[in-house]
Write a protein that binds this ligand. Structure first.
Ligand code: A3P
Length: 349
């Protein structure tokens, strides 16, 4: 019997044009295929199809907390902050249970090798002296199983991470659950995403930053168009269940950001607790914190030797990557995309 509460999936998947495909294929060797989705043409992997409707119809609880971003905008940082505040500063658990287990990563499955499993296994086996096919496959299977299958059995409060734009999440999400959305200057996002793409060697990225930036601006990378993503959340920033933050604000004044998140979650911290939390969240401590730095994936041969997940942690670092021509083009691109909105990134001078 059909459940009347289940919404029909409103969007269509469609292929990239041949030209778009060839631009991406020239620079990547993805272990999956890309598709576009819906009227805004968000880029997803084809695997997303298998769970898109379940995500859209996800049954929510009022205690659910989403941390949502366009990737590389400070998700991990914010996740740890939110989790600790909502978990009465349980540092013992935070330091021992990996973030990847404390949060359900809604669309993780779509980033895992699909059609290209063989090439993925080849890359990781060559990059790992202790390669063990069985252990690697177990990890891959775990990562590519949609979390919607076991979210119902997770205890409350559930912590959910997602890089999906609001329109691909349950349409009434903010009527029930809370969301912290983090946005970041797209130039820093692109630099960070470039390193991230090189970090995960199975992407087979062989281009320069300039080429990567071009793909980003042309909305050819996963979950672009970037500005549509951010604008969808910006439009909801006054909703009482939405807290909209900028990476640059966390970077400039972390204690103030902690206070905003604490107020949003109905928590109170004294000065000493705030100072301890900011110390825990510092980039130096994050780099060595095994529960948040994803280094366990290095052990599986998934990481390039000269890249790390928790990297520089700086606002405005893009200047080292942009020449004069790129700087001007970026300014115009940002200006053009912000014409129809009062959204402004607190750009670091
Ligand atoms: P950079 O690559 O510019 O250093 P996400 O978690 O969304 O993938 O975002 C990753 C970005 O957040 C990376 O940016 C990373 O270094 C930065 N980051 C992670 N932890 C941080 C921290 N504790 N303080 C500041 N930046 C942090």
């Amino acid at each position: 019997m059909a459940d009347e509460n289940i919404l029909p999936y409103p969007y269509e998947f469609y292929d990239l044009t041949d030209e778009e495909k060839s631009l991406n294929d020239k620079l990547h060797n993805y272990p999956y295929e890309l598709a576009r989705l819906g009227p805004k043409g968000y880029i997803v992997t084809k695997a997303f199809k298998k769970d898109a409707a379940n995500i859209y119809n996800l049954p929510l609880r009022s205690s659910d907390i989403f941390v949502t971003t366009y990737q590389r905008s400070g998700t991990t940082w914010t996740q740890e902050l939110v989790w600790l505040l909502a978990s009465d500063l349980n540092y013992e658990k935070a330091l021992t249970v990996p973030l990847i287990e404390r949060y359900s990563f809604l669309e993780m499955f779509m980033f895992m090798p699909d059609a290209g499993l063989e090439s993925f296994m080849k890359v990781v086996s060559q990059n790992n002296e202790n390669f063990n096919k069985e252990t690697t496959m177990q990890m891959v299977e775990w990562l590519r199983t949609p979390v919607t299958r076991n979210l119902a059995s997770r205890p409350s409060p559930r912590f959910i991470k997602s890089h999906l734009p609001m329109s691909l999440l349950p349409p009434k999400l903010l009527d029930t659950a809370k969301m912290v959305y983090v946005a970041r200057d797209p130039r820093d996002v692109a630099v960070s995403f470039y390193h991230h793409t090189r970090l995960f060697m199975h992407n087979g990225f062989k281009g320069t930053f300039k080429q990567f930036w071009h793909l980003f601006c042309e909305s050819l990378l996963v979950l672009t168009p970037f500005f549509e993503h951010v604008k969808e959340a910006w439009e909801k920033r006054h909703d009482p269940n939405m807290l909209f933050l900028f990476y640059e604000d966390l970077s400039k004044d972390l204690p103030a950001a902690v206070k905003r998140v604490a107020d949003f979650l109905g928590k109170k911290l004294d000065d000493a607790q705030t100072a301890a939390l900011c110390d825990h969240l510092s980039i130096e401590n994050f780099k060595k914190n095994k529960a948040v730095n994803f280094e366990e994936l290095r052990g599986l041969g998934m990481f390039a030797k000269d890249e790390v997940f928790i990297r520089k942690g700086k606002a405005g670092g893009w200047r080292d990557y942009f020449d004069e021509e790129m700087t001007q083009q970026a300014e115009k691109w940002i200006e053009d995309n912000l014409k129809d909105t009062d959204l402004r990134f607190p750009t670091v001078k």
